[in-house]
Design a protein around this ligand. Structure first.
Ligand SMILES: *Cc1c(COP(=O)(O)O)cnc(C)c1O
Length: 381
């Protein structure tokens, strides 16, 4: 990734930098590998920065929301309501009403009590909500335990053995129309075999439904495709070819069925970096610390998941190398971006980039320690 370091000199750090050219390249790769019956909804929770949403909207993708606030952000960004799908285990009445009034494409329903409330609220408005059941396929993913979602122990969705009674119940309600099934097994998944396993599970469930004479318009397989955090410059665009080919080969679709995808990280992670400045370098008997002006309040993934973002010295890329613990200013011992990390020697004032921070970065920022939220800067301002 190329950084406009001279421009950065003028700016107050920390901030998020988004390379919109890379985002556009990523979006055109996504579109290049779609089958005619494949539809992609961008998972807004990865990054809802207006300039990023606008670019994704312009590319013609739909969006996948998990709250009323996200639905509003998408409507504000110009997404047509009929391309919005809405998941979440705890949808409030206010959020459901907002989605009904907007006329979204589909509610991904995660429990029977939720189904009954959507039915009731839709009938009160004299409308019919299109719904899909989120099924917990009990498929593990080879990823961090905090970001698996498709195991029986996870809170998401409806168990497979409850699928048929749930469908029968939905068919008896006047305020909802069942259009499909929804799945999402986790995030940062790099093994195509995990997606293949999901396809197998979906095929079995479709056989069960066929035996009961139940037909569905759509299958939503969720998101979860991972990115290369270690070598972002070598792999700035994820392997969408293999990803979509896995589903094209693996799913046994019925005639006319659509497949919906909900990709978040894979679309926005690589185009974003957190830009920070070195405040101090200090050493003790065993460590050399580089203290930067960004912390876990700006990028929480290292503290939350033990994630490692590649760190680049933008100011002195050719300086001799040294080993650092790169840490933030927050009063928490977990406010560490990297331990024993080798970098061209850092000095006070150097600009540093934490790469692959476009997804689950800025959007997760907090004001802990009364810190201001990091702003966004794009390649095109
Ligand atoms: C978070 C989420 C996604 C997106 O996950 P990524 O790993 O960012 O692709 C998709 N669908 C649902 C329901 C989610 O909660």
């Amino acid at each position: 990734m190329n950084y406009p370091t001279n421009r950065f000199q003028q700016l107050q750090t920390p901030f998020y930098y988004y390379d919109l050219q890379l985002l556009r390249r990523t979006l055109s790769e996504v579109k290049a590998h779609l089958q005619p019956n494949f539809h992609v909804h961008y998972a807004v929770k990865a990054c809802a920065t207006p300039a990023v949403l606008a670019e994704i909207c312009r590319a013609g993708l739909g969006c996948d929301c998990v709250s009323g606030g996200e639905i509003q952000a998408c409507l504000d960004a110009g997404f047509p309501a009929d391309r919005i799908v809405y998941a979440g285990v705890g949808k409030s009445d206010r959020e459901i009403n907002l989605a009904l009034e907007a006329g979204i494409q589909c509610f991904n329903v995660e429990s029977l009590p939720e189904l009954d409330i959507i039915d009731e609220l839709a009938q009160a408005k004299g409308t019919v909500a299109r719904i899909a059941f989120r099924i917990n396929p009990n498929v593990g993913a080879h990823t961090h335990a905090n970001i698996t979602t498709g195991l029986a122990e996870n809170k998401f969705g409806i168990d497979m053995q409850d699928m048929l009674p749930a469908i029968r119940h939905a068919q008896s309600l006047r305020g909802v129309e069942l259009v499909g099934l929804h799945f999402h097994i986790g995030s940062q998944i790099l093994e195509m075999n995990d997606f293949q396993a999901l396809c197998g599970r979906i095929n079995d469930l479709q056989d069960t439904l066929e035996a009961e004479d139940i037909r569905l318009q759509s299958i939503n397989v969720g998101g979860g495709l991972g990115v290369d955090y270690e070598q972002p410059d070598e792999h700035p665009v994820p392997n969408f070819r293999d990803y979509f080919a896995t589903y094209a080969r693996g799913l046994e679709l019925r005639p006319g069925q659509e497949v919906h995808f909900e990709l978040g990280r894979a679309i926005v992670a690589q185009c974003g970096s957190l830009i920070t400045r070195v405040l101090y370098v200090k050493s003790n008997a065993i460590k050399r610390f580089a203290i930067v002006d960004a912390g876990m309040t700006d990028l929480i993934r290292p503290a939350l998941y033990g994630a490692l973002h590649r760190i680049v010295n933008l100011s002195h890329p050719l300086a001799p190398e040294e080993v650092y613990d790169v840490v933030g200013p927050i009063c928490e011992s977990s406010d560490v971006f990297a331990k024993d990390y080798t970098l061209p020697a850092l000095q006070r004032g150097d600009l540093v980039a934490l790469q692959t921070a476009g997804a689950y970065g800025q959007i997760m920022a907090s004001s802990y320690n009364c810190r201001p939220l990091p702003p966004a800067v794009t390649s095109e301002e």
